[in-house]
Design a protein around this ligand. Sequence first.
Ligand code: BG6
Length: 510
Amino acid sequence: MTETPYVNPLRDPSDRRLPRIAGPCGMVLFGVTGDLSRKKVMPAIYDLANRGLLPPGFSLVGFARRDWADEDFAQIVHDSVREHSRTEFREEVWNQLAEGFRFVPGAFDDDVAFGNLRRTIDELDETRGTQGNHAFYMAIPPSFFGAVAGQLKEHGLAEPKEGSWRRVVVEKPFGHDLESARELNDILGQVFDSGSIFRIDHYLGKETVQNILAMRFANNLFEPIWNANYVDHVQITMAEDVGIGGRAGYYDGVGAARDVIQNHLLQLMALVAMEEPRSFDAESLRIEKLKVLSSVTLPRRLDLATARGQYAAGWAGGEKVIGFCEEDGIGARSTTETYAAVTLNVENRRWAGVPFYLRTGKRLGRRVTEVAVVLKKAPHQPFSATSTESLGQNAIVIRVQPDEGMTIRFGSKVPGTAMEIRDVNMDFAYGGSFTEASPEAYERLILDVLLGDPPLFPRHEEVELSWQILDPILAHWAKKGRPEDYASGGWGPASADAMLARDGRTWRRP
Ligand code: BG6
């Protein structure tokens, strides 16, 4: 594909500290009425415009089966921006942005509508200088990817003109299992080349997640102990305090493992466990992530090394809440898990014998995502047993959210005349060290799509390997019927505690 990258003549392109501003371009959004568009995509576009990172002629085309004019679409975006954008609302930014809004009504099988979409894009190239550069954002269920991709191809929308680009953005779920993921990829691959397909795993857009690599590879403090000689085990937790909300249609039959472990948690694990990449370009990162994901093995006894649960009624945030099977749209006998925990091994020299425990759940005690690297005890402690009674294991905890930062836990003498050693925490908090607020993950990722910058987007091979890890666990669970109940507001099913207890360990209570 011939593509001329946009180069701002006033900037040295190799200086990665300077703000990167997208060149002339536009975006077409499919699924404008969905939650993802309203809560994430539209606000992020406004935030990017507000930060001066979009080109002046940036254009946003909404496509949906609604009888709307451009102004109606603009009103929808306006409401979403007012409610969900991160940065303050500025009339002049909004007015300039809204000039580039267009709406094309139609269904995904409507040829006339896609013809109109083509004309709209041509008009934008003429009047707003988008120069043929357009990203197609599929904020729609994957079952429609094929229809939309086919229409884009049919109407010559997927093929860039000389010197311009066309890209497609897709969101998880990237399939239901390995086989369906491959099918999905084939569908997209028939229309777009692999370099033009951007898969969003929004965890990779989070500052704290990108910081895992900065912390590991910019310092000399952590890497020497980042291996089986010093690390006892790793716990990766993504806990949510909310239930499934209005997402029954998506969530039932999907469950916690497919929703979160297959993508966010395995990507986090890959960043924690991988070797140093040659550079931070997409290719080098991918090579290292693929190496580590392909070294993951499952314990032999999946009944003992995994756990799953479903939230029952209980209390959350001081309010009485209903159980999963009572939620609107969920059948009384649903076997979908809302909690999942798995034990994974990484069969390489660095990690041999170090289990990685991954867990996620809805309606747990607190919203928190963290990576805890728990170290082995010191090989010898020249203290009496009573002095170290309340000393735990040292730990390096990357706090992904909320309260973004890092904690190092180690033992310290309690002040006084006796020798007593207790755990203390050393803390780094983003808020205390930086004045800049972290952008939302979607701001970073949408900007990267428009810039054509791929390192933060998982490639198909990573998606496949992740399914390869998960499929046997899902097959094992499918044979077992209903997951175990756990009380809302607690920390998951008893079997998850038992899973760690068998290894002589306990989950952290963040
Ligand atoms: C999504 C999942 O990918 O991530 C949701 O589908 C989950 O179920 C969400 O609630 C959590 O994202 P965040 O950024 O709030 O941790």
